[in-house]
Design a protein around this ligand. Sequence first.
Ligand SMILES: Cc1cn([C@H]2C[C@H](O)[C@@H](COP(=O)(O)OP(=O)(O)O[C@H]3O[C@H](C)C(=O)[C@H](O)[C@H]3O)O2)c(=O)[nH]c1=O
Length: 181
Amino acid sequence: MIVKETKLKGCFVIEPTIFDDGRGSFFESFNKQRFNEKTGLDVDFVQDNQSFSQRGVLRGLHIQKNEFSQAKLVRVIKGKVLDVAVDVRENSSTYGQHFSIELSGENNKQLFVPRGFLHGFSVLENDTIFSYKCDNYYNKASEDGVIYNDKDLRIDWLLDKKEIVLSEKDIKLKTFKEFTK
Ligand SMILES: Cc1cn([C@H]2C[C@H](O)[C@@H](COP(=O)(O)OP(=O)(O)O[C@H]3O[C@H](C)C(=O)[C@H](O)[C@H]3O)O2)c(=O)[nH]c1=O
């Protein structure tokens, strides 16, 4: 298991050890002891989520605020996404900066997104299964977010504008300037 901290403190890329044999392959998708050892964290995940999307779908950028904020350990079981985490932790030296990474059923990479981050992903292949662990429960009332094409964040989602599919909720998300007011 290789764990590398990104330029955003506390945000890690995790590459599990894959065991290939004549039948196929095996890997531990999560091991609390090893995760804590390698990251220096002690995260207690309480909820697993899964979403299924076709190419062009873009989910995010979302966050749950205050006491409902969530750290997430995200991965792709099948297909491919560009996963994006935006640091919006108060007084962070990397406030407003983002890290993006391709997660796929091929590369089996995972991203640990700490509390205090906006999170979103664009779907790059059909029939993509996105699976993630959260360290706090879903709380709709605490949800907030930023529009995917915010002029200040300038995120390249690796999709043509005309193919992007957003939820009714995400179409109406605020700008980063409005979010940080
Ligand atoms: C997140 C969530 C949603 N729901 C229900 C609420 C809606 O009826 C339905 C779809 O929810 P939503 O449109 O918020 O799903 P996504 O657009 O995939 O949102 C997620 O995508 C981004 C990338 C994230 O990081 C968050 O985990 C989350 O905001 O599932 C639940 O019942 N429990 C949950 O934990």
